[in-house]
Ligand binder design. Structure first.
Ligand SMILES: [Zn+2]
Length: 266
């Protein structure tokens, strides 16, 4: 038989038991938090039961957008593209220096902040569907051979590894006509085309049919033609290394070639 405490003992033991109970509860809470909290990967919701379906594809970038930094100084470009907070934080997945150095600033799976307000082929949230590549350049000087060769190597890597079509390489000026002009008229799109990157026309050019609609062809290529003048300047910068605003017969021939390529059966 277990001896029962006297009422005096019960009065003396009560505060001790009370504190011990509090301590045990706190300990259980702490250890419980540490051992029973679910470990949920950040890309899944802790609110839902994970019941996986096999029917899905990885979401991936569909477009590569080229820029020039307008800075022409690699260290300053790194600082601008990595600056946290502030009024207008920007970034890009890659930064290529004048000497061909390639920095990666954002994971390919993540959304870098490089495009801003832009439209291409009717898509407006370009940041969510693209890889952004900044070329360190002041917007006036020619792009160095080392920088272009590094870009071509990076494009080969990205289009192979991420499955982005080789033709899906455009400039910031193409997707934001009237607002952006990079990469500048100095950019060698024809050189990229020799390696198969970007949409390019066949040569020799042949004349477009008399009723050919150049603006409709520009829309088919991907340009937002709601401001025709801005779209034509962007098209000229990309395809003719100039920034004039009147379409001519050569433009019509180029666009006719691009249209035939896009509409050819695959
Ligand atoms: Zn840009």
């Amino acid at each position: 038989m277990i001896p029962q405490p006297t009422s005096a003992c019960r009065r003396a033991a009560s505060p001790l038991l009370w504190w011990r109970g509090i301590c045990v509860c706190l300990l259980l809470l702490l250890t419980g938090c540490a051992t029973t909290a679910p470990t949920v990967p950040p890309q899944r919701s802790a609110l839902a039961h994970w019941t996986p379906s096999p029917n899905f594809n990885a979401r991936r970038a569909q477009l590569i957008v080229l820029h020039h930094t307008s800075i022409g100084n690699m260290e300053a470009s790194r600082r601008v593209l990595s600056r946290a907070g502030g009024g207008n934080p920007v970034s890009a997945h890659y930064l290529i220096g004048d000497d061909g150095t390639i920095d990666q600033l954002v994971d390919d799976r993540d959304r870098s902040w490089h495009a801003g307000a832009a439209t291409w082929a009717g898509v407006t949230d370009i940041n969510s569907s693209s890889i952004g590549i900044e070329l360190d350049n002041d917007g006036v000087a020619p792009f160095s051979s080392a920088q272009i060769q590094a870009l071509i190597r990076l494009l080969a890597d990205l289009t192979t590894r991420l499955g982005i079509p080789k033709q899906a390489v455009v400039g910031h000026g193409d997707i934001a006509p009237g607002r952006k002009n990079d990469p500048s008229v100095q950019f060698p799109w024809a050189t990229l085309a020799q390696y198969g990157y970007g949409l390019w026309y066949d040569q020799p050019l042949i004349p477009a049919p008399p009723a050919f609609d150049s603006l409709a062809a520009m829309r088919l290529v991907g340009y937002d033609v709601s401001n025709p003048r801005a779209a034509i300047i962007a098209f000229h910068r990309h395809y003719r290394n100039m920034e004039t605003e009147m379409l001519d017969a050569t433009d019509a021939s180029i666009l006719y070639s691009l249209q035939r390529k896009l509409m050819a059966p695959r």
